[in-house]
Design a protein. Sequence first.
Length: 651
Amino acid sequence: MRKCIPVLVRSLVVCLGLWLAACSDSDDTFVPPGQGPNLALISIGDAAAVDASGGPIGGAATVFATSSAVASPGETIQFDFTVRANGVEAEHIGVHFFLIERSKSGQLVDDEEAETYDLGDFFIEEVIEGDTTYTAQFIVPSNLPAAGDYLIVAYVDAAGIVADDINLRDNLSRGLEDGEEDTYGDILIDSELHHDFIIHKVEVASGFILLPEPAPGEENDSAAPDEVESHIIGHIDATKLGSGVISARVAAEMIVGGQAYTAHLWTEGDDAYLDTMDIVFPNDFEEHYFPWDITVNGELSHALLDAFDPDAEENLVTLRFTIIDISADVEHRDDNNVLEIQVPYAFFDPETVFETGPTIAAEQAETRRVAGPGGATGDDVSAQNNALLSFVRSFGQVYGDSSKFAVSLNIGTNSYVSQSRFSAEFNSSGSFDIFIFNNSASLLGASAQAFAYGDTVGAGYNVGVRILGASVFSESDSVADRLQKSWDRTWEEERALFDARFVIAIVPLRVSAGIAGSVGFGAEIGFDNLVITATGDVFSAEISAFATAEINLLVASGGVGGSFLIISEGFSITGSADLTEAASDGRITLGLDIENELKAIEGDIFLFVKYPTYKFCCKFGQKEATKTIYNTGSLYDKTWTLFSDSRTLTF
């Protein structure tokens, strides 16, 4: 796990030059074209409060409607400003904005250190020659001393990227002493605190819903099931704007035939499925990931089954999530607290988990090479296709947000007994795919097979492990009479897989991210006196996020912080088949226990930067900004039995 990876240090020389120039006696006149490179602040418009939703603050937020010229602490405001460029070729320019009470604006005229309040930074990717107007959107700070009339003040190129700008005085808001306010914005702020919850996205991890067919007699069961079984997994992305309130409650519903049914959510800490789950926003104004885990009760399951059309190309169900404000304060608006999506769904028959008769498709069986007694190898699919009894169970799910870090887990087992050659076989397998920044890679695949034949008193095995597309372990053998074999393999590595570009405040970063951790494989099989056993952790994993950051800005520093677990997984089986009475009495006993222990997507991982900024007047300082990738507890922290049963067959 990584704690902190510093990258570059800022240039003190540039900041010193800016300080000296900004506090010089240079006048306010603009530099005529051709006399040297220059950036200048031309104007700032008056701010208006707006209702914003649909994206991260400071980014691609969508303005719905102008509210008023009066804003509240915690509310979103918007205004235009214009920058003039003469002969400047530069990238990554920051425009720093702050507020000052109009009654104290004389501090700006006197060039003393003013009592200002940080509003934020606007990022200009690349300077355009001539006059360019931009639209800025910020949050009114909650630490303002009083309501009243405020000025918006700005400084262009606050980090000093353009080192040869020949007139830094015109980078500033200026002209108050002459009664000119073109380079200042005006905003009236009241004393009412403002907060607003916005739900941006609902995502079902696998993109569809696959449910077990409901058992008869559960049509009126509207309570949460007692079994700890995840039916639907996904996440919501949400933002909290404003001040004070940091927590809320989430409810989920599934709408079938126009009727809304409660979808029970796993609640961390209570270790139970409840009507709602609580969420806490780690940071204001940032879009956050909140995982959810739904179980479906009998009433809802039967409603879905009744509405299901097996002849339809696709069956859809509406999934609705609502953020509920549980604070004593009044939320600014609540129509952006609800989001609905339509998701395809289907059913599978849970009875196929344990049934008599053939359960493995011929095309699957034909791909398996089975080693016979004495080392002979040949195709033997007839025993499996004529199985008297089969245990079949599979489980697949995606955890996390694939645009950040996510992992898909697929595990399964098939075990059978057959009258043909009085045979028994255990098959188990598992795989992980890793998703980082919307890219994917096959991380792990492991499989184990153990088989025995009572008619020839022989047994054999096939095992294999692949990691990141490469085979790291493969072995097979067959023996007569007796067999005792065990494996224990561990792979450990730190490897970067994908990279992505981010901008934090005014600082661009390229982040290289991957995995750090270990993957293990262990199994043991035995064959003695016509009893075959197979036990062990088919695979285990302890995988964390690994990331480094490269900053493409000379005056900034930063890196990656936090500690983040992608997945901790253990998948184990215990199986046995007694063939001692197969030939004499036509009786075989088969037993199987499958257990899964999972923890996924837990911890915090964030990007941070430090960069110089300007404070009105004549002072440069260092500012810090962060971008949270994840800050979440592990909702998926469960140990559950996927299967546990035994049967004695007589034929």
